[in-house]
Design a protein around this ligand. Structure first.
Ligand code: AMP
Ligand code: MG
Length: 305
């Protein structure tokens, strides 16, 4: 088999893992219905088993087969799929996504990725594919093929290069359960964009509904300080905006949040390789896409979220 898409689909069907490019971050893919394959994902990542995985599907019709999408969920799907939005909805009994992938919950997280390669692999495979970020648990997500291979390449049967991830941050996660819509994880689809489709989001206030959101996450080896431009010798400053720090290490020299999101994890990894005594990150705006960028920075710095 010379076609990489077909090889990746065959690997999934055989219960093997793959490196799957998506527009958010590189994923470590496995057959969502195969508990043994899903167990390999938790194993390769060192991921705690209470942290459920997202089931990636090729289109909304396939999402419908594994999740019960109400009218609001359908509106969100119609507006943002394919794209960086994950919807948590009631799981359909015993179909498509194993218990382990759902961490035993009666809900399931589904998403149609925006990256054409990801959708082609899922469509060729035919079932739902879990694909958490292809990094060891707790570390920054890989947003380049090289970074994905470095993190979990040893564990996979097939690795697909889809180029650098356009978004660079994990998907926005919203739950649509019992008629309530809540933002569980900020991402490139912003709160304002969601509220334009479904109205005011409810406050979460229920940790059980957002199991995987641990305090220290997305973290390089070096300590991370945020919200300052003050550095000591031996530290690296990741700047934002004109004139802040060395342009080589800037999240976005022009102060563009999309560019900053796309660069964030790659620069955290590159800075870490220089073995600095700390990585310091300049202030970024906190509205719009800044909510997601700041969320990842707070967790990289170990601030409780
Ligand atoms: P990722 O780490 O990108 O694979 O995304 C998985 C995240 O989605 C988890 O850490 C949870 O925050 C969220 N998630 C997945 N499934 C569920 C679910 N059934 N209920 C609530 N949150 C979920
Ligand atoms: Mg992750």
């Amino acid at each position: 088999m010379s076609d990489p898409t077909a090889r990746a689909a065959a690997a999934l069907a055989a219960g093997e893992l793959i490196i799957l490019p998506t527009e958010t971050v590189y994923g470590l893919g496995a057959d969502a219905a195969n508990a043994q394959a899903v167990a390999k994902v938790f194993e390769a990542k060192g991921r705690p088993r209470f942290n459920p995985l997202i089931a990636h599907v090729a289109d909304a019709a396939q999402a419908d087969r594994i999740a019960v999408l109400d009218a609001a969920a359908r509106r969100l799907a119609a507006r943002f799929w394919p794209g960086p939005l994950t919807i948590v909805a009631p799981a359909r009994e015993g179909v498509g996504v194993c218990d382990l992938a759902r961490a035993g919950l009666d809900s399931v997280a589904v998403r149609v990725p925006g990256h054409a390669t990801a959708r082609a692999v899922i469509a060729a495979f035919g079932g739902a594919v879990v694909a958490p970020s292809a990094n060891r648990s707790g570390r920054p997500s890989p947003t380049t093929f090289a970074d994905a291979v470095e993190e979990t390449g040893h564990a996979v049967a097939e690795a697909l290069d889809g180029g650098p991830c356009a978004v660079g941050l994990e998907s926005t996660v919203v739950s649509v359960l019992d008629g309530r819509i809540a933002l569980l994880r900020p991402g490139a689809v912003t709160r304002v964009e969601l509220e334009a489709v479904v109205g005011r989001l409810s406050e979460v206030g229920d940790g059980r509904r957002s199991p995987g959101r641990v305090a220290l996450h997305y973290a390089p080896d070096a300590p991370v300080r945020i919200e300052t431009t003050q550095t000591a010798p031996g530290e690296i400053l990741l700047g934002f905006g004109p004139g802040v720090g060395d342009p080589r290490w800037s999240l976005s020299p022009s102060g563009d949040l999309r560019e900053a999101a796309a660069n964030l994890f790659r620069l955290l990894r590159e800075a870490d390789r220089e073995r600095p005594s700390a990585i310091v990150v300049a202030p970024v705006p906190k509205d719009g896409l800044g909510e997601a960028v700041f969320d990842r920075l707070r967790r990289a710095a170990g601030h409780v979220g």
